[in-house]
Design a protein around this ligand. Structure first.
Ligand code: AHG
Ligand code: MN
Ligand code: MN
Ligand code: MN
Length: 332
């Protein structure tokens, strides 16, 4: 999986993408261009976020999305920016977004790719200056080009992803992504408008001492989940729960840990969405040596029924996810 010529820290994202493309002799550059389009949108959204307190784009937008959530203005702005960048880039025919009930047809009927996106993850943290993110997943269309993307193009299992990544707008802004050959992290330098390779070939620790779960829902945890959380406490693990999946995931990816969003009374199928939260992070974590399941089966093998399907998420260090699954298996 290692690069023949590992690129040095400090390589720009553009140069890295070009170098990686050379590894794929048949690559025609569309996926490379698509990744650049996403990076451009990330730069634009980063700027909007950094000044959201100054111009009146923080706070609620006054609409509810298909999830039944009050859309934040930045949810809507990020959605518009990513959709526009993907439409203008020309490589994407159809988009699934958390913020749109129906698929978005870009008009690029020759586009070979489908993107599923959570334009802004951690919306409850937007106007309190806590890290938030964008999560994206890329599929190759299965229908012939020349027409709009179909539902069959959109509802592919996570194992069919050709790329996945996230942006974390935190103390620094980073883009972390995989195209199936390892995971690489790039840190944004706003004064230059460039992403630079800062975390080459990320390998996630096999175990950890951090667990992330909203214990406010403890009353409705299943016995196996309750027993696993009790086990974490007996082990003396640290509880870290930011309320932004991307931020909890990123910390656990680098330092080791497990993030759990189980079935709860409020969200019987879990809260997180399969297509644009669970699958992309599952692809990344597996490429970094970690694990992701719904408690019983591999996240990426779940067959989507609807674009906005939710599923329980147990994701992070392999040994911790295995242990959680052991507790869940005892439930029967
Ligand atoms: P989003 O803001 O895209 O709707 O996602 C929010 C998710 C995830 O980021 C976070 O970990 C989780 O919701 C928090 O949910 P609870 O407040 O129910 O814990
Ligand atoms: Mn939301
Ligand atoms: Mn989200
Ligand atoms: Mn979101």
């Amino acid at each position: 999986q290692h690069d023949k010529l590992a690129l040095p820290v400090g390589t720009t994202l553009d140069r890295f993408i070009m170098r990686k493309q050379e590894d794929f002799p048949y690559a025609t550059g569309e996926l490379s261009q698509l990744l650049r389009d996403i990076a451009l949108a990330a730069k634009i959204v980063n700027r909007e976020i950094n000044r959201s307190g100054l111009i009146d784009i923080a706070g609620a937008y006054g609409n509810r999305n298909v999830q039944g959530e009050d859309q934040q203005k930045l949810d809507v702005i990020a959605n518009i920016r990513f959709i526009r960048a993907l439409r203008n880039g020309g490589e994407v025919c159809t988009i699934i977004s958390e913020e749109d009930e129906e698929v978005i047809q870009t008009g690029n009927v020759q586009g070979k790719y489908i993107v599923a996106i959570d334009p802004l993850d951690g919306s409850s943290n937007i106007d309190v200056n806590v890290s938030i993110g964008t999560i994206f997943s890329i599929y190759r269309r299965v229908s012939p080009t020349g027409n709009e993307g179909t539902m069959a193009d959109c509802l592919q299992a996570g194992t069919h992803q050709v790329a996945a990544g996230y942006v974390i707008y935190g103390s620094s802004t980073m883009l972390v992504y995989t195209t199936g050959n390892g995971v690489n992290g790039f840190t944004y330098e706003p004064s230059l408008g460039e992403f630079f390779l800062s975390h080459p070939n990320i390998q996630s620790p096999k175990t950890g001492t951090v667990y992330s779960v909203n214990e406010g829902s403890s009353a409705s945890f299943s016995p196996g989940v309750a027993d696993y959380v009790a086990h974490c406490k007996e082990q003396g693990y640290s509880a870290r729960y930011i309320g932004s999946l991307v931020a909890d995931f990123h910390r656990n990816l680098l330092k080791g840990g497990i993030y759990i969003y189980p079935s709860t009374q409020k969200s019987p199928k879990g809260k997180l969405r399969l297509m644009y939260e669970c699958n992309p992070l599952a692809f990344i974590v597996e490429q970094a040596g970690g694990k992701s399941s719904n408690g019983r089966m591999r996240t990426m093998e779940i067959e989507p029924q609807d674009m906005h399907d939710r599923c329980p998420l147990f994701i992070g260090s392999t040994e911790l996810v295995n242990k959680a699954e052991e507790f869940l298996a005892k439930e029967f």
